[in-house]
Design a binder for this molecule. Structure first.
Ligand SMILES: CC(C)(COP(=O)(O)OP(=O)(O)OC[C@H]1O[C@@H](n2cnc3c(N)ncnc32)[C@H](O)[C@@H]1OP(=O)(O)O)[C@@H](O)C(=O)NCCC(=O)NCCS
Length: 208
């Protein structure tokens, strides 16, 4: 066993001389370019200089209703859901993301209605943006399994230009966020946010 471990160590050492870290970085870059060129064909529109990183998942069958502007980057492992149909109910969703945005890793954006993200928006990791819920909170609804409840929307979500959304923020149905607002980490935004304000907490309130 000791000899085997030693051989493996020597083998990996030799591999590291032939296949350097810089080569690995170039390979990853090439992989990203190829992935991006391929995945572009499945969305409604993606502008110049924009990219969708590997690990992206489209849900709900409405990826043709996703429009992305120029120089916008959707980081690794995001979920973009455009639900055209859910348990036999038809929806007409769309997700529009502007120019020069950076959508962080593991963001989950899900629509049955309309989600518009302006230009220059930055989101942290694990941000959730949704214009819908699994049904209302009435007693008769709660008797059903959540997955089997009809989706409902309190309204579209509109996020203005140059908004900064911190890590693990949730933005819920019907919310409008004004230009230049900052949403503090971990906030749950249930009401409109005025432009150029800083909100935080659960539910989010103006903190600055
Ligand atoms: C919102 C934020 C930018 C504010 O930073 P700041 O200007 O330095 O603000 P302060 O630290 O002076 O805080 C102002 C008040 O808001 C409160 N506050 C700050 N962050 C908060 C948060 N995430 N949730 C709730 N309250 C918060 C502070 O406790 C303080 O309250 P007080 O006046 O009663 O003492 C920062 O707290 C934040 O959340 N940044 C997001 C970081 C992130 O997620 N980055 C991801 C990479 S894109």
């Amino acid at each position: 066993m000791r000899y085997f471990k030693k051989i493996i160590k020597i083998f990996i050492h030799v591999v590291s001389i032939i296949y350097t870290y810089n080569m690995y970085k170039k390979y990853k870059y090439l992989q990203q370019i190829l992935f991006n060129e391929w995945i572009k064909h499945f969305v409604g529109f993606i502008g110049d200089g924009s990219s969708l990183a590997p690990g992206i998942q489209f849900q709900g069958g409405g990826q043709r209703n996703i429009y992305i502007g120029n120089n916008t980057c959707i980081a690794k492992n995001c979920i973009l859901g455009c639900w055209k149909e859910y348990i036999n109910v038809i929806y007409n969703p769309r997700i529009i993301i502007g120019d020069n945005c950076c959508i962080g890793e593991y963001n989950h954006i899900t629509s049955i209605n309309e989600i518009i993200i302006g230009n220059g928006v930055l989101t942290g990791r694990y941000v959730y943006i949704s214009d819908n819920n699994h049904g209302d909170c009435e007693y008769n609804t709660l008797l059903q399994q959540p997955l089997k409840r009809e989706l409902n929307s309190k309204g579209a979500v509109h996020i203005g230009n140059n908004v900064w959304i911190g890590d693990k923020v949730s933005i819920l149905s019907g919310v409008k966020i004004g230009d230049g607002a900052v949403i503090a980490a971990n906030a749950v935004v249930t009401k409109d946010v005025p432009a150029y304000s800083v909100v935080g907490g659960v539910p989010a309130k103006i903190i600055k």
